[in-house]
Design a protein around this ligand. Sequence first.
Ligand code: AMP
Length: 192
Amino acid sequence: MLNIIIFGKPGSGKGTQASLIKDNYNLVHISTGDVFRKNTSQGTDLGKVAVQFMSKGELVPDEITISMLKEEIKSFMPCNGFIFDGFPRTIIQAESLDDLLKSMELNIDMVVALDVENNKLIERLLNRGKTSGRSDDKSEEKINKRLEEYDKKTKPLIDFYKNQKKFISINGVGDLNDVTTRLISIIDSKIS
Ligand code: AMP
């Protein structure tokens, strides 16, 4: 099994790149943001709670996010592996993921970060907001809140995974296909 975390700030291209590479490795793509949005549009209890945080650009509380993620993982097992997009976003989430995988005798193989500077991210997200229908992409205030949440809660994961010798960062700027090529070549180099 191959388990990859695609890491990066909001707007760094995690979702796009995960969709593009998942079939190369026959992986299940789990985007926690997509699962929350699906629940919100279906009006489930989970969706009703999650949207209260998402609409403000805040992270959904760990307890809710972790139990949702566990259900997702179980629903796809057995499979060839996962590409996690937008999860983990806190140390507690990362520890829970490690524990869960360990209980199944699995582990995270690598964390690949897409490096993009803030100015570019804000520009990308505002652009995406014109067509994505996502309220959290539309206002600069909400985007800034998401970037603050990243700095406060998600950035510490860089050291967490560096300590496990699993963290790799690549340049996330440039032509979409060039970024995909960079990503595939770094993953191939680690699994060969
Ligand atoms: P994304 O689609 O990854 O940009 O996520 C959109 C929003 O969903 C985030 O701003 C959070 O409100 C929520 N969300 C997604 N993944 C997580 C997570 N791992 N932990 C907490 N909140 C999350």
